[in-house]
Write a protein that binds this ligand. Sequence first.
Ligand code: M6R
Length: 618
Amino acid sequence: MCGIIGYIGDNVEQNLIAGLEKLEYRGYDSAGMVIKRENDFEVYKSIGAVENLKNKVTRRNCDFKEGTKNVVTNNNLDNDKMKNQDDKETQTQSDFSLGIAHTRWATHGKISLENCHPHFSSQKDVALVHNGIIENFETLKNELLKQGCNFYGETDSEVVAKLIAKLDINSLRRTIKKLEGSFAIVLISKNNDNLFFAKNKSPLYVAVGESCAMVASDPSCFVGKAAEYYSLEDGEYGKISLKEVVFYDKNDKIIEKKAQNLDFRYINEEKSGYEHFMIKEIYQSRIALENIIKRYQEDEIKDILKKVKQSMFDRVYFIGCGTAYHAGLIGESFMRNSFNIDIFSSIASEFQNKNYCIDENSLCIFLSQSGETADTLSALEYCRLKGAKILTITNTEYSTMALKSDYCLPICAGQEKSVASTKAYFAQCIVLYILKKYLQGKDYIEPLKNLKKQLDFGDDNILKPLARNLSSYDKVFFIGRGNDYITAKEASLKLKEITYIFSSALASGELKHGTLALIDENVLVVVVATDEKLFNKTLNNAYEIKTRGGKLALFTSIPLDEIAREKFDYVVKINQTIQEFMPIQTILQLQKIAYFTAVIKGINPDKPRNLAKSVTVE
Ligand code: M6R
């Protein structure tokens, strides 16, 4: 699961780096690039975020005396050692050239320079970047080993590179026919000026600009460079130069492909004065709400809602992973309270194991910020085969999931860069609310306008001291009842993901059935209680924790009397809205708590360890 890009044009290093920065949500364990210059390869590789690679390239540009370190050519790659080069050899040329680059989320092989892409053919005159997993790589590798081939790393991707001796369309075709699994690959050779590409089950897009040509995992890389782009289907491959692009289908026939407009709404890639994307994106929930209010009054969206309503269904499934799954739980709750039909929600990776009854009377609603999550995509394909109607609710209107769905509802949140999903959760819940209201035949715009006035991001003077205190705990539990339990789950995921504190969410009533055994003075329990009907029962569960020495923080919209107030170490007040909106109102401050705790612990919340924004492997 990685991001790949190929570029032909001027300023090739800068354009590849700019592309990698956009692709970093797909992984940031290592980054690398190769540039073809005068029939030779210049290679850069670095561990960690793209910024490290950028620094290497920039140092070389600005001060090539120092910047000569860590530049590798194909000649010294064999030794897997980064050696210094002669200054003159590595001096920058910003002329026209071509190159490929990669940002990695490690699957096969440890995080190391050896396993960092690009990878090279045995003669080192072909370079490759790969996103996906080659399932039969061990068989292929054994065959190559028998033929005397040497490997410098452990990746499946290197095996693909070693399958190619001389790069042309025939050798590319022969190679991809041997591969099982998922791949998006881009290759260059010392011997020509084309980018070669192929795609199966991993996204890949192609664009031709006025003076450049590109191939990338995400069309956002083309913004500002091209007006339209081509979306590759599984099994398709081809080559691109500045003069022409040639596409082949899976039956090896040359095909004409229809270009799509590069219509990128809601793009804003800067931190705009915020220290991290995460905190900016939490506050952007307000903008997402404004975008939704505007867009969901347009005929285009109303038509989609109408079609969903017209399709007959007697069962509804909500499916997603992580935060998107939690949004699905909110969707389930909205629907359950309004319609007398069977409604289920499931984690995408477990969906197919449950043998649900899925048929043409089922509406399967897939939630995904990226629209590329492999587990969710796999469940979507399963539901398609069963004949269900597919609705995807996503932030990425051009994504694979959007394209494979009968209907797609956008969440209009704008690009979300932080790994921790915040505004997307908020926006998904809003769209689920709209869906419910539309299916009921009720107005949704006025309640959303009211919500906009009531949004509550909390008081940092209250949240920061709580975060400071929280950062000293090794174990935190979140509890709640009803929708507050869903909020507790999402808050717990957010905290563990970016602070590395062990945390778990429980239904308040469930504590006494086991987990209470873990409570002592070293445990903090965050109590979410915003539903008047469930409030007293939840408070009683909180007191059971207090009695056992646990520390308590309460997030509530309900006024407390003095006696109750004294039981809590912290009380965070939340602005009351209509009950349906309370989960999304409450999560805003809980997201901020996780954010402040990560910052206090010195963790970059935008790039937590071991994770990637978009998880494109099952
Ligand atoms: O792109 P998706 O919404 O499909 O991603 C699903 C999860 O991987 C994602 O929500 C993940 O749980 C977040 N990192 C949580 O903050």
